[in-house]
Design a protein around this ligand. Sequence first.
Ligand SMILES: Cc1ncc(COP(=O)(O)O)c(C=O)c1O
Length: 402
Amino acid sequence: MNFRIKTAIHALKGAAQKNTPLCAYIYDLPALAEHAKGMVEALPKNCELYYAAKANPEAQVLATLAPIVDGFEAASGGELAWLNACEPDVPLIFGGPGKLVTELEQAVNLGVQAIHVESLTELHRIEQICLSSGKICTVMLRMNISLQGLPSTKLTMGGKPTPFGFDESELTQLLEAVKQSKYLVLQGFHFHLMSHQLDRAAHLALMALYFKTFKHWCELYQLDVPLLNVGGGIGIDYARPEQLFDWQAFCADLNELIKDFKLTETTIRFECGRYVSANCGYYVMQVLDIKKNHGQYFAIGHGGTHHFRTPAAQNHDHPFFVCAGEAEQSQYSDFAYPEIIRQAVTLVGQLCTPKDVLASQQYVESLAIGDYLVFSQAGAYAWNISHQNFLMHAPPVIHFID
Ligand SMILES: Cc1ncc(COP(=O)(O)O)c(C=O)c1O
């Protein structure tokens, strides 16, 4: 894999203008396709995989995933329009808090598979839209249930007071409202209680809680609904990137769990983002300068957190490797460019803020000006979550290996 990335780096550098150090995102599309196919193939028969496009909505990423996944999840009108324009044949679902009336109209007009409803107000607005257009809308109810002692992760959206989903105490009223409506069709329930899940057993326990709750509600309210959406949330261990969440083993256990709960006739839908696309992306900064300050080395790369906010957003040291570049030659015999040999170095960008750090005090065998810092696991919540306009630096080159 690194060979493909190194080849791409050298090709990009070859094509770049003289005196323009490289700054690029490289996406390995064959690797993305292989990973996504593996995910889908491992799933139990009654499960579906939707891709949460918020993780990375690049058109080429969507085109790679379109023939593999069951659909895309959109979280705004902008995403709905973009996903529909890029891949008009791929089924869409629409979720997220604070949807505009115009966005709800857009979703109803597009005929999305389901709108994930987040509040009674939203349900009422969809009803109004359907009433005036005469259209029917399929809805899923997003529920925020108690975690019942299950472990949470560093990004937990439910099991506690949050703006996401319905409180269980509203369920009777909600179901009554849907029942009274001529336009709303209840398809099932939606849960997305946490992201960044690294613990397979904990995630399986979460699935068991969803299954138990779903069965209980179906019995209690005599519901015959076809679908249970179990959200996304599978994490990437940025501190130990080689420790991939064992999706195959998770799916094997999930298969047993589905049988235990007698849910083989219910469609179970995943809407994963990070775990699908994180590993296909690389952010590359060529080293511009190396300096020592108050006893510590710093390498300043061409780029920074305005392109790649992931480490700052998640407060971690991002995994990287060094790819040898072209050493800059000094015109003067009495000046030697600084180099780092077997030392710890902090990798920073070009922004005038001490927060522009991608990895802190990392050991390197050697690092010179002109070398490439290649940050892996940069294919999800990376370029698209970054504050790109800050300082008006040029954007990175975006390159797709296909
Ligand atoms: C409702 C919902 N579904 C799916 C996802 C995707 O989560 P992840 O990227 O952790 O798989 C998110 C992420 O925030 C979400 O809010």
